[in-house]
Design a protein around this ligand. Sequence first.
Ligand code: AMP
Length: 217
Amino acid sequence: MLVILLGPPGVGKGAVARKLKDAYAFEIISSGELLRREIRENTEIGRQVEPLVSAGALVPDDLIINMVKERLLTRGNIILEGFPRNVRQADALEQILEDNGLQLDLALIFNAPEDVLKTRLQQRRICTGCNAVYHMINCPPIRENICNHCGSPLTKRLDDDEVLFRTRLERYLSSSSPLIDHYRDLGILKDINADLPLLDVYYQVLGSNVKFTQESF
Ligand code: AMP
C-alpha cells in the first residue's frame, strides 16, 4: 500500500506516519528527514541543501526526486511524507510508479487552523541522536530536554521559527495546494481534520481506507 500525506508544516503528518509505521510496518519516506540526515552527516548534498532548508525554501526538484526514487523501489507498504511538494514532483512520482508497476492507493490531506500549526511548531523538539519528535506540552520527554529513547539532547529544527513559519506556509499554499485538486480528481484524496488530539486524528486516518481494516495489504 502506498500512501501520500499532504498538509502544511506543523499539521502532524509525521506523528501519524510514525503511528502507522508501528501498527502496519509501513516504511516512512520523509523527504524533509532525508534532507536533514544529509545535513547532519555533512555530505555534499547536505552542504548544497542546508541554506535552502534553513531558509524554508524548496530544494531542487531533480535532487529530491532522485532521493525519493531510490527508496520507493523497495516495495512493501510505504508512506510518503513531504513529497510530492509540487506538480512537477507529483508527475515524476506517477512516472516512477508507472514504470515500476506500482500504484498510489491513498492521499490524505491534513487540515488545521494557522494558529494551531504555529503553536505546534513552537513546541516541537527533535532528538539530535535518533530523530524522535517531542511536543513540549502534549508529549514532553521524561527528563528535561533529553531523549527518552537514546539519551541524546533535544533541539529545535533549523526551520521551526516564527518568521520562517510564514515563508513555509506561503510556499505550501502556492506549491502544494494544486496537488489537492489533482489527487481529488484521481479519486484517492481523503480530508483529515488534524485539529484534534493525535489519537483522534489517527483513527480518522484508519477510517479513511478500507485497507486499514484488513489484516494485511
Ligand atoms: P519538512 O520536514 O517536510 O517540513 O521539510 C523540511 C524542508 O526540507 C522544507 O522546508 C524544504 O526546504 C525541504 N524539503 C522537504 N521536502 C521537500 C520536497 N519534496 N521538495 C523540495 N524541498 C523539500
